[in-house]
Design a protein around this ligand. Sequence first.
Ligand SMILES: C=C1C[C@]23C[C@@]1(O)CC[C@H]2[C@@]12CCC[C@@](C)(C(=O)O1)[C@H]2[C@@H]3C(=O)O
Ligand code: AKG
Ligand code: FE2
Length: 311
Amino acid sequence: MASIPIIDLNDENAPELILHACKTWGFFQVVNHNIKESLIDEMEAAAKDLFALPMEQKLKAEKPPGDIAGYGVPPVCLSHPKRWWTEGFFIAGSPLEHARLLWPRGHKTFCDVVEEYQKEMNTLALRLFWLMLGSHGITKDDIKWAEIKSPYLQLNSYPACPDPSRASGLPDHTDSGVLTILYQNTSGLQVHKEGFGWVDVPPVPGALVVNIGDLFQVLSNDLFPSVFHRATANPTQYRVTLAYFFGPPLDVEVSPLAKLVDNSYPALYKPISWIGYRAIKVKDYGRAISKVRVCTQASENVDTDDDPNSA
Ligand SMILES: C=C1C[C@]23C[C@@]1(O)CC[C@H]2[C@@]12CCC[C@@](C)(C(=O)O1)[C@H]2[C@@H]3C(=O)O
Ligand SMILES: O=C(O)CCC(=O)C(=O)O
Ligand SMILES: [Fe+2]
């Protein structure tokens, strides 16, 4: 059975293993990542506390239409006409305003743990980002926005579903940012792999799941593909996941990195910001990436082993 690679960041071969995983799967699990287990436990407990609030309380922090932050159904569910057994809470910066609505007294614990989690995840995302790009000669001077902290965190809650044949967790989608780092307390994540179909990503103790988002596919000029994934519904267990999204500030335009472009491998994408890309994606979740492509032929011919961009 195929499964996504598990990579130990203390392994001296970690950079090559990560590059290979990104090119072949767009997904991997990482262990020895330096994020304290106690912080992940606290963040998981904070998410569970939030979702355990009475519905009328959660709705006080409901995401207003057109906004991204707050309580509600993840946007991807809205464009799939099916029943989705999930609720979410998206944090885009400081959680204070929403936390005050949820817990008029006692919101400080939630805010403190979210802020620490955002900070630690940003550090890990940057470490992985430079590991992936460093071997291609790309440095901090090539990507100025990377210095700005990405504060995007989605808490996903999947109550046990009495009849998984009638509802599912989260529809198949690609993430729109650069990198996503996911913690899952129990199984449910599946990744789509050509030739294999949907492949389970079992939770590994101490591991975090990392995947490439659409904007990394753009930046890397197709070197790292973003990959479809989904969450199944679990008939017996309550599932909670924490998805940290790393990417540029929402209004900063990104385009294929100059060092990954030359005459034989021209830029495959037009400059696009995360917010601009999201606007396209809301209309068409499945094929948004093709809407920002300028040239499809070259990428279709790319064989990862012969790719001049490869290390
Ligand atoms: C910045 C964002 C990423 C996200 C769309 C959003 O504008 C806010 C919600 C995010 C989220 C979380 C759950 C899965 C996802 C696909 C979705 O529907 O909403 C992601 C979006 C994304 O990566 O495209
Ligand atoms: O909950 C999961 O397993 C997947 C979550 C996810 O894909 C997301 O939040 O983007
Ligand atoms: Fe996702």
